[in-house]
Design a protein around this ligand. Structure first.
Ligand SMILES: [Zn+2]
Length: 214
């Protein structure tokens, strides 16, 4: 299925591209007609750095970030993003070490996002920026924002490499790729999916980490 991939470049950069694979895919909350593959942006240093640069440019220096919470395997981008933000004087103010934490949540057996005791100090009382790979319905962001609040964190922003949404709970979602970068992209509620209605089987289950063929 990899051969049918179509490459799309970011508006803000010729060095960052995503691969989109047409088909019938299920995310945890929706069915989509393109699987958005950002693997190389997450794993290749040059590309991760470029994505971080574009994302950092979307934030103005009046935002305060102490901690970047990386979802969907975005830690490499998260590390470069912290560096880029520092360069742009987006600095942590309340933490005494004057540096940014880059952490990832765990998920328990109920799929709830959790932070272990050793990570809690990076969340409690901190200005937290969420970083995601792809955002379709925003349900993952909502759960993550809720979790950050449970742990006493103050969510200040959301960044997603690809996003079909512009804002959630009053936060703008800063992204490198938007829905209109991928002509024809569509997301459906599982019960209202035209492919399912025509009896088409799913090609794969997908999430921010990748896909598993069915
Ligand atoms: Zn479907």
């Amino acid at each position: 299925m990899e051969k049918r991939q179509i490459k799309f470049y970011a508006k803000g950069s010729n060095a960052a591209a995503i691969h989109a694979l047409p088909g019938h895919f299920a995310t945890s909350n929706s069915h989509i007609n393109y699987y958005i593959d950002i693997t190389s942006l997450k794993t290749r240093i040059n590309e991760a750095k470029e994505v971080a640069k574009v994302l950092a440019s979307r934030f103005t220096s009046h935002i305060t970030v102490d901690t970047i919470v990386c979802m969907d395997g975005t830690e490499v981008i998260g590390a470069f993003l912290s560096e880029e933000m520092e360069r742009r004087n987006i600095l942590s103010t309340i933490n005494q070490h004057k540096t940014v934490y880059v952490v990832s949540p765990e998920f328990n057996s109920n799929s709830q996002m959790i932070f272990r005791d050793n990570i809690k100090p990076a969340i409690a009382g901190k200005h937290v920026l969420l970083l995601l790979a792809t955002t379709t319905t925003g349900a993952t962001i909502q759960r993550a924002l809720e979790c950050v609040r449970y742990y006493g964190g103050n969510a200040v922003g959301v960044a997603s490499v690809f996003s079909t949404l512009e804002e959630i709970e009053g936060f703008p979602i800063e992204s490198v790729f938007e829905e209109d970068d991928i002509p024809g992209y569509a997301a459906y509620q599982p019960g209202n999916c035209p492919f399912c209605q025509k009896g088409h089987k799913l090609d794969a289950m997908v999430n921010g980490f990748g896909y598993s063929k069915l």
